[in-house]
Ligand binder design. Structure first.
Ligand code: SF4
Length: 392
């Protein structure tokens, strides 16, 4: 791993940097589930050696996937790194691996289970690694909204589109209602396809990706978009608003990317003249508008790889990734867009003790924390995923 560079400045800590999660099972959320078994102590000096030995003992039986937002201590053991979609594809491309250890969050492991063979088992090293955005769209809420659209007689005009960052049952809902999954890389293509099938899109669960794509990439007006709040009667919208809207956005967001503000952009421009502001489309609309570049995690990595030596970049995405990119490019001034720490607290649940515990359990012949999607949900979600894969 690259040593610390002189250009990287660690953002300051805040009480919100790592949100505390519950310990007991929470059936309404992906989070707050204790791991069974004895985790090694984080202070154990042999953790790296233990992970190395367990992985070597498992050989080709195990394939370790590492999301870009994972900690360095975990990423060093990943056979492949990527965003959620790339990792699901990589899992599907390894049918011989008996165990897929997914160092990411719950919805990603579900997608990997849907795309892998029935004999493969997908394992999440910490069951508390959920996603707050995915939790913001619960199937019952979405079905209630859909029933309301049916009462208004508009469902035959609506194509449901869900971001990859959603639970398997939301992808299943979208699959059985003739919709499509999208990622932050192909959201425009998914919307282009959807508007060929109907005149409205019901976009789940990230309002910002939906709004940013429709307004900044497809030329829609902000007034073409309405925000459906599942906690308000009829979504907090009048019948007329729903009938006239072109984009019905679910009120969900990423708690990490949603923290960047227009003030963060102003502040960094004043502090670093000539800085390029590069943000993820999960950021708020005003932040994306104020940025110089916007794109998916893979886009951000490529943009910084290609950036000229000596250039300055303020990056609005998860901190583990920004720090890793800064250390990989010591000739460029790469900084975090915000002055305060902003990790994805659930991604950070996967740490080296959990990875060691998982690998050693597998060596011992026990298979912990298997993520399984039921057959019907998997079949319907697969339809929506396959439509995405077939996008032009
Ligand atoms: S960064 Fe945001 S969208 Fe990604 S897993 Fe964390 S909370 Fe979910």
């Amino acid at each position: 791993m690259t040593d610390v560079t002189s250009t990287w400045t660690e953002p300051s800590n805040t009480p919100l940097a790592l949100l505390l999660l519950g310990k007991a099972t929470d059936p309404a959320s992906e989070r707050g589930v204790d791991c069974p078994g004895d985790l090694p102590a984080p202070s154990d000096p042999d953790l790296v050696a233990r992970a190395t030995a367990a992985k070597a003992a498992l050989g080709d039986r195990v394939f370790v996937l590492g999301h870009h937002y994972q900690r360095d201590e975990v990423i060093q053991f990943a056979d492949v790194t990527g965003d959620s979609f790339k990792l699901a594809q990589q899992a599907a491309a390894r049918p011989d691996a008996e165990f897929i250890v997914f160092c990411g969050v719950h919805f990603m492991a579900e997608s990997a289970d849907i795309l892998t063979t029935p004999s493969q088992r997908v394992i999440l090293p910490d069951l508390a690694a959920g996603c707050s955005m995915a939790d913001m769209a619960v199937l019952g809420q979405v079905e209630t909204a859909w029933e309301h659209f049916q009462d208004l007689g508009i469902t035959d005009q609506i194509v449901p589109v869900t971001y990859m960052n959603s639970s398997a049952d939301i992808k299943g809902f979208v699959g059985r209602n003739d919709g499509v999954v999208c990622t932050s890389s192909n959201a425009k293509r998914a919307l282009d396809w959807s508007f060929e099938q109907g005149s409205k899109v019901f976009f789940l669960p990230d309002q910002h990706l939906g709004r940013n794509t429709a307004v900044l990439e497809m030329g829609f007006e902000l007034d073409d978009c309405v925000l459906y709040d599942p906690h308000k009667p009829q979504g907090g919208l009048t019948d007329e608003q729903l009938i006239n809207a072109r984009m019905i956005l679910w009120r969900g967001h990423c708690s990490v990317h949603g923290r960047f503000t227009i003030d963060s952009v102003r502040e960094v421009r004043e502090r670093v003249p000539g800085v390029n502001v590069l943000v993820h489309p999960e950021c708020r609309h005003d932040v994306v508008r104020a940025a110089d570049y916007v794109g998916s995690t893979e886009y951000i990595i490529k943009a910084l790889d290609a950036a000229p030596s000596g250039s300055a970049w303020a990056v609005g995405t998860e901190l583990n990734l920004v720090r890793r990119l800064a250390l990989a490019h010591p000739d460029k001034q790469i900084m975090f867009l915000d002055r305060a720490v902003c990790y994805c607290s659930t991604m950070n649940r996967i740490d080296l003790p959990h990875l060691v515990w998982t690998l050693e359990e597998l060596v011992a012949g026990r298979v912990p924390n298997v993520i399984t999607v039921d057959e019907k949900t998997a079949r319907e979600a697969r339809v929506a995923l396959d439509r995405m894969l077939a996008l032009p």
